[in-house]
Design a protein around this ligand. Structure first.
Ligand SMILES: [Zn+2]
Length: 294
């Protein structure tokens, strides 16, 4: 899965007063909803700008927010820079040609570009960058917020509100019946791969209730024997995904929710088509079932 970057490790603790130095990675988001990241791409390799490659003027004028570390390498979010200048003037490291450009996580994933630690860094930074961007003002009184000097939090100097990053719970569900499993494909997504049933937890329900509700909504099946498998951070949607296996209870006839899905049907273990990379919990759960471990 994307978070499985051993022997490397993500250290997500907030460090007060951390500043970039040579070797620090500087992440700069731009484009629609600021979901595109500045990077150099060469076939399957990518390079994120390092502190020493940032134009001097931007080093002076930009704001560099400490995000996290992977092993000893520190990652910073750059805000307040001139976007065009940033893309045009970033120094190209030796051995690389071409120009810096902005890529979505989907672009890089579809092109199988980047190492797993790079992709996990991108996804984690995307979530934190979104949180910083969307909480520049207090939602209670509208005043500009400031960063806490003790922890990862944004504080409102006027009304005292403290805003922490929020993680959104969601479930991934494998519905099985003996050697059969329900696989789905989303509507309205080009080239979408087979996946499992998924959905967000609503206010006032448990994860198990989310499982039962989402399965009923998406494919019209009742389920029993709901068992937790593993979880996965999925920063693309600010999620923590919890994976569950369960068994169909009663009728096996699928009633498709056509607003959300274009296809859902029962597959034999041997007919399961896995995804094209091993990033998702969904893929791991499909593989576990395909290979008879579930
Ligand atoms: Zn306030």
């Amino acid at each position: 899965m994307i978070q499985d970057i051993m022997p490397k490790k993500l250290f997500n603790e907030y460090h007060v007063g951390e500043t970039p130095r040579n070797g620090s990675v500087v992440l700069f988001f731009h484009g629609k909803e600021h979901r595109r990241l500045l990077a150099l791409k060469r076939e399957k390799e990518i390079h994120f700008p390092l502190w020493e490659e940032i134009p001097a003027k931007i080093q002076e004028d930009g704001h560099f927010q400490y995000l996290f570390s992977i092993d000893s390498r520190r990652f910073f979010l750059l805000t307040g820079a001139d976007e065009e200048k940033m893309a045009a003037e970033s120094v190209i490291p030796e051995g690389w040609s071409g120009a810096y450009a902005y890529y979505t996580l989907f672009d890089l994933r579809a092109g199988h570009a980047g190492t797993k630690p790079q992709m996990f860094a991108f996804m984690t930074a995307l979530q934190l960058a979104g949180w910083y961007r969307d909480n520049r003002f207090c939602g209670t009184c509208g005043s500009p917020t400031v960063h806490s000097d003790r922890e990862r939090a944004l504080c409102c100097p006027k009304c005292g509100r403290v805003i922490y990053p929020r993680v959104v719970p969601a479930v991934i569900v494998a519905v099985t019946n003996g050697d059969m499993i329900v696989l789905t494909r989303y509507a309205g997504r080009l080239g979408s791969q087979y996946a499992l049933i998924a959905g967000f937890t609503e206010i006032g329900e448990t994860l198990e209730e989310t499982v039962a509700r989402e399965v009923m909504e998406e494919v019209g099946l009742k389920v029993k024997n709901i068992r937790y498998y593993k979880s996965q951070p999925w920063g693309v949607a600010d999620d923590i995904l919890a994976g569950f296996y369960c068994e169909v209870d009663g009728s096996k006839e699928i009633t498709l929710d056509r607003n959300e899905l274009k296809e859902a049907r029962w597959f034999r273990r041997e007919d399961i088509q896995l995804q094209s990379d091993d990033f998702s919990l969904t893929n791991e759960m499909m593989m576990e079932f395909k290979e008879g471990r579930q």
